[in-house]
Ligand binder design. Structure first.
Ligand SMILES: [Zn+2]
Ligand SMILES: [Zn+2]
Length: 353
């Protein structure tokens, strides 16, 4: 398995972002990302997908879209769409039909910012996902950089503080979203968790202050999705696109908050009598299973089984747990950053059957 760092969910001038695809590729190369997935609102931008290169650096830029029903007020129910190979925005008024169309096209759908609260001081509506009656979607955006910010925007003053000190925004996935995810997987559904930045590189003007807030570079160093591909990336767009989307589909990934320290090197594996599996995969409980967790630095770790904390460890980087009990096992890691405890790593589950 080969770990690659992906930043996903961002906007360009084709919707409400301020930059171009080239700006995004440039920022991604500067921050050392392997892949970016651009998802403009209700448009599938053509002709920009591929490798961008600068000196020894390269980045694979992929294009998906973020679809929602524009007639709905407020505009709730945003869906991230990858690999559908066609524009599906016209299906937005019926989310279940939209999800079905994406599946039939061999694409993937992820519920974007499942909880996205209102921020009245900035005239921002609650645009959470409400259609929980739908089925067949690939996963959900466990941690969204922008909806987390909306939680803290109590006043204009808060807005100015976070515009200048964005490193204070990230705390972790919203608790309601973690709960919802566990509820869905306990119900027997495979729901892949991803982390999105929702980068817009917005231009803000407030009295005498005007600047680009949360530039792409900032987001690319913060909430990323770390994927495990079956082969290393080759530099060929079609081959690597397939490798990347195959890993997403199988949930071979974790959400990493790379701002306090890089989360590269995290591992969550399970070893049985004859199998050795990673996140997103299944293993038989027969004969016992050893769950192994390796962190890229000292931190506090929780092993979660079926939505409940099974075990907790303080300040370590290597943990193991032996079990014969079937269940959905996942890992949460927390560490100190700027005087607060923040979420660092959120793994996808290993399914012990
Ligand atoms: Zn959205
Ligand atoms: Zn968005």
């Amino acid at each position: 398995m080969h770990e690659i760092v992906v930043n996903l969910h961002m906007h360009t001038r084709f919707s409400d972002g301020s930059g171009t695809h080239k700006d995004i590729a440039q920022a991604a190369m500067q921050t050392g990302l392997d892949v970016v997935i651009v998802t403009d609102h209700n448009v599938l931008v053509q002709g920009v997908e591929g490798y961008y290169r600068s000196g020894p650096s390269r980045v694979l830029l992929l294009v998906g879209q973020e679809v929602h029903d524009q007639a709905l007020k407020p505009q709730k129910n945003h869906l991230l769409v990858f690999n559908a190979n066609r524009d599906v925005a016209s299906y937005a008024p019926d989310p279940q039909h939209l999800i079905n169309v994406i599946r039939e096209a061999d694409g993937m759908s992820f519920i974007a910012h499942p909880r996205d609260p209102e921020a009245p001081a900035f005239g921002e509506d609650d645009i959470s996902w409400e259609r929980w009656d739908v089925t067949g979607f690939t996963g959900l955006e466990l941690w969204n950089g922008l909806s987390e910010l909306k939680v803290y925007l109590k006043s204009k003053l808060h807005g100015i503080f976070y515009a200048f000190f964005p490193q204070f925004i990230g705390h972790g996935p919203l608790p309601e979203v973690l709960l919802k995810w566990d509820e869905l997987t306990l119900d027997g559904k495979r729901i892949v968790a991803i982390g999105g930045s929702d980068a817009h590189a917005m231009y803000m003007s407030l009295g005498p202050i005007s600047r680009t807030i949360y530039p792409y570079e900032f987001h690319f160093k913060a909430v990323n999705t770390h994927l495990f591909t079956s082969e290393p990336l080759t530099g060929d767009t079609a081959t690597d696109r397939r490798l990347v989307y195959e890993a997403f589909k199988n949930g071979r990934c974790f959400v990493g908050y790379d701002l306090p320290a890089s989360t590269k090197g995290f591992h969550f594996r399970a070893q049985g009598s004859s199998e050795d599996v990673t996140m997103g995969e299944e293993i038989s409980a027969k004969g016992g299973v050893t769950l192994q967790i390796r962190l890229p630095g000292l931190a506090d770790c929780r092993l979660i089984k079926d939505g409940k904390i099974l075990k907790q460890w303080k300040r370590g980087d290597n943990f193991a747990h032996i079990t014969t009990e079937p269940g959905i096992y996942r890992v949460e890691v927390y560490r100190r950053y700027l005087g607060r405890k923040v979420g660092w790593i959120f793994s996808n589950p290993i399914y012990v059957r």
